[in-house]
Design a protein around this ligand. Structure first.
Ligand code: SF4
Ligand code: SF4
Length: 224
């Protein structure tokens, strides 16, 4: 389970600036349980974006947006609507947004922030990872997470240690995450995104909120 919270409508509209045609993707897994990206929220978002002058070319909810094979098969039935859209607004956790970016050549915008839960829990992990930073930046990095694709969690470009072959200096088995981000933004014609400077992460958003640190098991251990 990955917990998400919707970004404010203002932030979502800022990320869609300059685009009028948008395709909406929701998730019937964790995002539906979080109340951020199930069918009801997708329809609600459709209404809000239409009110703001956007054309929604289509929308769908995939059982688990983090499963690339499922996303691909669902989008195969929506080729026309996706093609018409300038971008996809993805209403789920960071892993789901990255999975959608990995199977499409359209810009993806995250509609949610993934909230830290701490500890381990049942997840079907694919290639994509999310550090649950509480303030998703995938909008400006081509849908590739700099906090998981870069060994040093850098937010504003490569460290200068990328090898000639494009590998990470920390682990040469890994592609340099910032090389991947650059290539993806180049393919999307969005290299201008690299001019955006990210402030250091607010680490208070990267620890589980107090209310979420308490669980039934925790209460049992405390003898409550
Ligand atoms: S920026 Fe990365 S770590 Fe933060 S919410 Fe998005 S995918 Fe997760
Ligand atoms: S080489 Fe690339 S992935 Fe590795 S730490 Fe530097 S910027 Fe990050």
């Amino acid at each position: 389970m990955l917990l998400s919270q919707q970004k404010s409508l203002e932030e979502i509209l800022r990320s869609l600036e300059g685009e009028t045609k948008v395709f909406l993707l929701g998730c019937g897994g964790c995002a539906e349980s979080s109340g951020t990206g199930g069918k009801a929220q997708v329809l609600e978002m459709k209404g809000k974006l239409e009110e703001a002058g956007k054309k929604i070319t289509g929308h769908t909810v995939v059982d688990f947006l983090c499963q690339k094979a499922l996303v691909q098969s669902r989008l195969r039935g929506k080729v026309k609507e996706v093609k018409e859209a300038e971008s996809l607004l993805v209403m789920t956790c960071g892993v789901g947004v990255q999975a959608v970016a990995a199977v499409t050549e359209k810009p993806v915008h995250p509609a949610c922030n993934t909230i830290p839960l701490g500890g381990s829990r049942g997840e079907w992990k694919g290639t994509e990872r999310c550090r649950e930073c509480g303030d998703c930046v995938l909008d400006s990095t081509g849908g590739i997470c700099p906090l998981t694709a870069c060994s040093k969690f850098l937010l504003n470009g490569a460290c200068g240690g990328t090898t000639k072959e494009g590998k990470c200096e920390v682990d040469q088995e890994m592609e340099c995450g910032w090389k991947l981000i650059y290539e993806r933004l180049e393919r999307l014609g969005r290299l201008d995104q690299l001019r955006q400077v990210h402030e250091p992460k607010d680490h208070s958003k990267m620890i589980p909120p107090k209310g979420l640190r308490l669980s039934d098991r925790w209460a049992l251990e405390q003898g409550r």
